[in-house]
Design a protein around this ligand. Structure first.
Ligand SMILES: [Zn+2]
Length: 259
């Protein structure tokens, strides 16, 4: 399995990171892909990548809730890292209007600028969208027909949105613990997506699946997500694990890292 979205470098894991990674390996996780959050998380993320080479693999980007009025300065630093480093994606980027809508223009522009970076460095994008699909679509419309590819991380929308997103480009869908929540019903959306466009993710330390909901999340819990997906797709868990690993390897070009 590949955890395509974990913040294992955050301080929530500072006291027991090596144990969490040991448990993930025992549970069958072959790699952890790490989206960046802001300028402060870059160093801990890169240190984690150095400590667990070819296992904890970094991305580079500015999360929408971390976009400030000085976002152009923030993005210049992100761009410097992308130009000089080994990153598998531009992420996580996007638009989040759940907490605060005051910087909507800045968030949209930062998203657009980071898509341009992804195209420049030939990398996929990891998209975070919360209460913001119309704005996300507005930005993505301008890249229709381009080489843009990526994943809609933490996807739990309707089948109609799946069709809309697929009309905009070459996108995968990141499925996490939300799929195990009682109130969530994304079976129909998952059928529309198809298993060959699904990526597994935890979004650790957040969005912990049932039966550990409310506790800190970790990559070993991916097994609860694959069990649920196996039921929804009517396939066995091994098939879910193999196909989603193939999908992540393909999108993020992981062949040189994961064996
Ligand atoms: Zn995240």
């Amino acid at each position: 399995m590949i955890d395509s979205h974990t913040h294992i470098y955050l301080q929530e894991f500072d006291t027991d990171r090596s144990l969490v990674i040991e448990r993930a390996k025992m549970a069958g996780v072959n790699a952890m892909l790490m989206p960046n959050v802001d300028l402060e998380t870059i160093n801990p993320m890169l240190l984690t990548a150095k400590e667990y080479p070819n296992y904890c693999i970094p991305m580079m980007g500015l999360h929408p809730t971390s976009v400030t009025a000085q976002y152009k300065k923030q993005l210049a630093i992100i761009n410097n890292h992308l130009a000089g480093g080994c990153f598998i994606a531009v992420g996580e980027i996007g638009i989040d209007l759940y907490w605060d809508t005051s910087l909507i223009k800045e968030q949209m522009d930062a998203f657009d600028i980071q898509i341009k970076m992804a195209l420049r460095y030939d990398l996929p994008v990891v998209i975070h969208s919360r209460n913001a699909l119309p704005q996300i679509y507005e930005v993505l419309e301008t890249y229709k027909g381009s080489a843009l590819k990526g994943v809609f991380h933490s996807f739990a929308e309707s089948a109609a949105h799946v069709a809309k997103i697929q009309s905009l480009g070459d996108f995968y869908f990141g499925i996490n613990g939300v799929v195990t929540f009682k109130k969530t019903n994304i079976s129909e959306a998952l059928q529309a997506i198809g298993l060959n466009r699904v990526l597994l993710e935890t979004d650790a330390p957040y969005l912990t699946p049932v039966p550990f909901r409310g506790k800190r999340n970790e990559s070993a819990y991916l097994n609860y997500i694959t069990d649920k997906l196996a039921k929804i797709f009517g396939k066995n868990s091994d098939t879910i694990k193999n196909v989603t690993s193939e999908n992540a390897t393909e999108l993020f070009n992981l062949r040189k890292y994961v064996h």
